[in-house]
Design a protein. Structure first.
Ligand code: PMP
Length: 415
């Protein structure tokens, strides 16, 4: 184990990567910070911070309609990110890339436009038992309005989808399957290609929540034939307030606009309007220009390191964490699927996750505790919440040793 990590560290030069993240280099409660809350949000490399600063210092202007130099520069950089995203997620056309403020907005957009136009009474929506509230509540809202039915694809105790049961649930009334690519609470990676294939056999549209997968796994929306794919900038080393909705061109073209305002229009009269072509039809108002521009720097950062390198390094961290934590008395892992991203939840029967979070913070260690916006999943697992450590490419085995020591300290305090 140790040797593998040494080699991988050498491959990726983790020390050099860490130098690109100034925030990591600080003391919290007089201890060096150990940041293990990457599933909530990743830290930002200097390239992203510099892109934001550079935009505001040199290029700030409103985009698309300006004819002056700054407006042209800002527009060009904004649209460059669209091309970068297209390549990054393997889409076919740049018009299929819609900028949103994040995963949540992307899903709401699809629910309120595609959902409102296409769902009717008696239609069925399939969601998995491990969905984030963001991929559940927007569907509950539109299903209630349209009198459509939501059905849940069950999971086993390891946190894996029961694919046979999924197949059984599909039928001619299934209009939509909305599933998470990688679970934020469990780490489970779902078999997306197979999920899409089965749904398409029944004529259902598939939305994939890529919030937790996009920084770790290869994304190939076109190859998967995914209908919709969403992710957030802030979980891929990019800024907050920016996200992406990918939609198949034909679907997006057939959908009505989401919000009305500037940019999304073709022509406006006192008695009505026509709408703009893709992708602008779905981008009403002044967008989050600076953050969209800086998102490209984040995607470039990932590309330079290489997804495969990132994945195998993070996987080694996860395996190392298993080997260190599994011996701790009373600790039970939550989420033990075979295929996982670098997220590990755990519980102690006699230590509340919130107390644990507070004790670890005193040690300078940041983890997340609670239901992780997956309350129904917590109910399915008969727990109220977990403690969750989630690893990014800048984390180290030494930090996992610190987590282990912190947990040992907490156990001593409580017993
Ligand atoms: N889905 C999953 C799986 C997530 O982990 C998150 C963020 N925790 C979201 C959706 C929502 O993302 P955002 O808050 O960036 O819109």
């Amino acid at each position: 184990m140790g040797t593998t990590i040494q080699t991988l560290e050498h491959n990726l030069d983790i020390a050099e990567i860490r130098r690109q993240f100034p925030v990591l280099n600080q003391q919290v409660n007089d201890k060096p910070l150990v940041y293990l809350d990457n599933a909530a949000t990743t830290q930002k490399p200097l390239a992203v911070i510099d892109a934001l600063k550079n935009y505001y210092q040199k290029d700030n202007a409103n985009i698309h309609r300006g004819i002056h130099t700054l407006a042209e520069r800002a527009t060009a950089d904004f649209e460059k990110t669209r091309d970068a995203v297209k390549t990054f997620i393997g889409a076919e056309y740049r018009e299929e890339i819609i900028f949103t403020k994040g995963t949540t907005e992307g899903i709401n957009l699809v629910a309120q436009t595609w959902g409102r136009a296409n769902l009717k009474e008696g239609d069925e929506i399939l969601l998995s038992a491990m969905e984030h509230h963001s991929n559940m509540v927007p569907w509950q809202m539109i299903a209630h309005e349209k009198k459509a039915l939501i059905k849940i694809i069950p999971i086993n105790d390891a946190g894996e989808l029961l694919m046979d049961e999924y197949e059984q649930l599909l039928n001619s009334r299934t209009k939509l399957v909305a599933v998470v690519h990688a679970s934020n609470a469990l780490g489970t990676i779902n078999p997306i290609k197979q999920i899409v294939q089965l749904a398409h056999r029944h004529g259902a549209v598939v939305l994939i929540d890529g919030a937790q997968s996009t920084s770790h796994l290869d994304i190939a929306v076109s190859d998967w034939s995914a209908d919709f794919f969403v992710f957030s900038g802030h979980k891929v080393y990019g800024p907050t307030g920016v996200g992406v909705l990918y939609g198949k061109r034909a679907l997006l073209e057939a959908m009505p606009p989401y919000q009305g305002g500037g940019e999304m229009i073709g022509e406006v009269r006192y008695d009505g309007f026509t709408w703009n072509e893709l992708p602008y039809k779905f981008e009403a108002g002044t967008p989050n220009i600076a953050d969209v521009i800086a998102l490209k720097a984040a995607l470039d950062f990932i590309d330079v390191l290489g997804k495969q390198n990132i994945r195998s390094y993070e996987n080694s961290l996860l395996q190392y964490a298993y080997s260190k934590l599994e011996h701790l008395e009373g600790l039970r892992f939550i989420g033990t699927a075979k295929e996982k991203v670098s997220i590990q939840s755990f519980v102690f029967n006699d230590i509340h996750h919130q107390d644990l979070g507070i004790i670890l913070d005193k040690e300078g260690i940041a983890i997340r505790t609670g239901h992780h916006c997956t309350q129904p999943l917590m109910g399915r697992l008969a727990i109220t919440g977990t403690s969750r450590a989630s690893f990014a490419v800048y984390n180290t085995i030494e930090e996992i040793d610190r987590l282990e020591a912190g947990l040992k300290k907490a156990i001593k305090l409580f017993r």
